[in-house]
Design a protein around this ligand. Structure first.
Ligand SMILES: Nc1ncnc2c1ncn2[C@@H]1O[C@H](COP(=O)(O)OP(=O)(O)OP(=O)(O)O)[C@@H](O)[C@H]1O
Ligand SMILES: [Mg+2]
Length: 250
């Protein structure tokens, strides 16, 4: 009998089974870099934790992890191990990132090494019972997007800014999400500076749900790792309005 040449990857089987138990996984993505995926992932996680939900945040941007800055997490504190790695808690959010292991040095690997690191992180993290797992995705379409869409029951939230350049790249991601029939919750317009309805109209034309906007806040860094300041901010209100729209859909 001819043996199948297909290699079985036990971690993938494990990850598929394990993450099925997490009620709601939101992949914060964009076809464009620098539009605020990490910022929204971090503050949205803080928001949900303040609302009393048990929330995890996984930074899967392995080349440019940045959620630890938004949460103000202490990355020098090596995560404890107990039947896997226990995610440290920052601002009430269970947080996992490659920065705990790279000591914030650059991770220089080719595509297959990147997938390997992502699958390892997904495998070793021992999440508690979560209401939500927020995943900060790397920019664009690529290796990590393929892993997440293959392995996790993630629902996609797409971030853009209000420019045509951003929307052009974001449309490519949206086409992929639609082609693959992946769960798609809608689009968030971030760093809004000018009152217009370009993204809203564009969403309507494409039959995409417009989840709302987050204004541009030049002093946004003062809310990093500061849940008290954040909860009294206009930024918090913006996130809260997005949550109201999202909550009706999940
Ligand atoms: N609403 C906002 N108001 C002001 N500045 C913002 C806002 N959202 C994001 N920024 C700033 O824009 C820059 C890019 O944000 P961020 O790193 O979150 O984007 P990203 O999409 O995760 O980027 P990358 O594609 O590199 O992962 C950061 O300097 C961040 O502080
Ligand atoms: Mg980012």
């Amino acid at each position: 009998m001819k043996r199948s040449k297909k290699r079985i990857e036990p971690r993938k089987i494990y990850v598929k089974t394990k993450y099925r138990n997490i009620e709601k996984i939101l992949a914060i993505s964009s076809g464009k870099g620098g539009v605020g995926k990490s910022t929204i992932s971090g503050f949205f996680s803080m928001y949900l934790a303040q609302k009393g939900y048990k929330v995890g945040l996984l930074d899967l941007d392995l080349y440019g992890p940045s959620c630890h800055l938004v949460l103000g997490a202490n990355i020098k504190e090596y995560p404890k191990e107990e039947k896997g790695v226990v995610p440290p808690v920052a601002q009430g959010v269970y947080f996992m990132s490659s920065v705990f292991y790279t000591e914030n040095r650059p991770l220089v690997v080719r595509g297959s090494g990147l997938n390997d690191a992502a699958i390892e992180l997904l495998t070793i993290t021992n999440w508690p019972d979560l209401d939500y797992l927020i995943i900060d995705m790397p920019p664009g379409l690529g290796d990590i997007l393929l892993d997440v869409s293959e392995l996790l029951p993630a629902r996609f939230v797409v971030i853009t800014n209000q420019s045509r350049i951003s929307m052009e790249s974001v449309n490519k991601l949206i086409s992929y999400i639609k082609d693959q029939n992946l769960p798609f919750l809608g689009i968030v317009e971030n760093m809004k500076m000018i009152e217009d309805n370009f993204i809203e109209m564009e969403s309507k034309t494409q039959g995409i749900f417009y989840l709302g906007k987050v204004d541009f806040y030049p002093d946004i860094e003062k809310y990093y790792g500061n849940k008290r300041e954040f909860s009294n901010s206009k930024l918090y209100e913006d996130i809260s309005k997005i949550w109201e729209k999202l909550n009706g859909k999940i």
